[in-house]
Design a protein around this ligand. Sequence first.
Ligand SMILES: C[S@@+](CC[C@H](N)C(=O)[O-])C[C@H]1O[C@@H](n2cnc3c(N)ncnc32)[C@H](O)[C@@H]1O
Length: 253
Amino acid sequence: MSESPYKSGTTHFGFKDVAAKDKQKLVGEVFSSVAGNYDLMNDLMSLGIHRVWKRYFVATAQVKPGDRVLDLAGGTGDIAALLKERVGSTGEVVLGDINAGMLSVGRDRMTNRGLVAGLDYVQCNAEALPFPDASFDLVTIAFGLRNVTDKDAGLREMYRVLKVGGQARVLEFSEVTVDWFKPVYDFHSFRILPKLGKLFAQDADSYQYLAESIRKHPPQEALKTMMGEAGFERCSYKNLSAGIVAVHTGYKV
Ligand SMILES: C[S@@+](CC[C@H](N)C(=O)[O-])C[C@H]1O[C@@H](n2cnc3c(N)ncnc32)[C@H](O)[C@@H]1O
């Protein structure tokens, strides 16, 4: 059997080609650097619209009181907090993230909001999850898949840990579908974002990576195909804000 390209080959880190084995460390440096300013920067960069996308993502998910759900690449906990409202006091939300800095900001934020019971935090790589098969009713990943080196492995793991009948959801930047808007969006991404990063987080490079990584992420149809290849059935997506982001859904049947 040939070796996985993610062990021996190259991959992209933003617009740069890097050894695939180095990407995880490079992504780790980005999120260790941005963790403290992550929430402020999200609001500044998106003018608060990320909150609407996240609310839609959770409000339209298949989740009910008592469910056990996993939010992968959960970072500072926006999605986990919304999911906790939906699973209620009898349900459980596991927030998984590879980065200790992001997890620590997330746990403090949740605790400060009084969200403690029914929440668990696990430092883990989406490519190799430390959970048994069929452990969760719903698995989500928001703005995280883009950063995972081997996205196919990440999707396969989401499928593996999902119960039969469960749903997986991916919220991610995608391809803008409205032609006139593309240059405006490019200007915002490549001219404004790095400047905001420099001004408010003293870190232009991480926000340059953000803009570049969005352009390298598989667009809507490609990601839908990847989900099907990972085993999901009834895969579909919905564009939000002219395709700036898309919500992909798949089921384990
Ligand atoms: C842009 S943040 C998104 C955080 C949160 N989901 C949100 O929507 O605000 C991306 C997160 O993915 C995490 N991440 C990157 N690579 C990962 C991997 N291989 N496995 C798990 N988490 C990963 C980062 O540490 C970071 O917290």
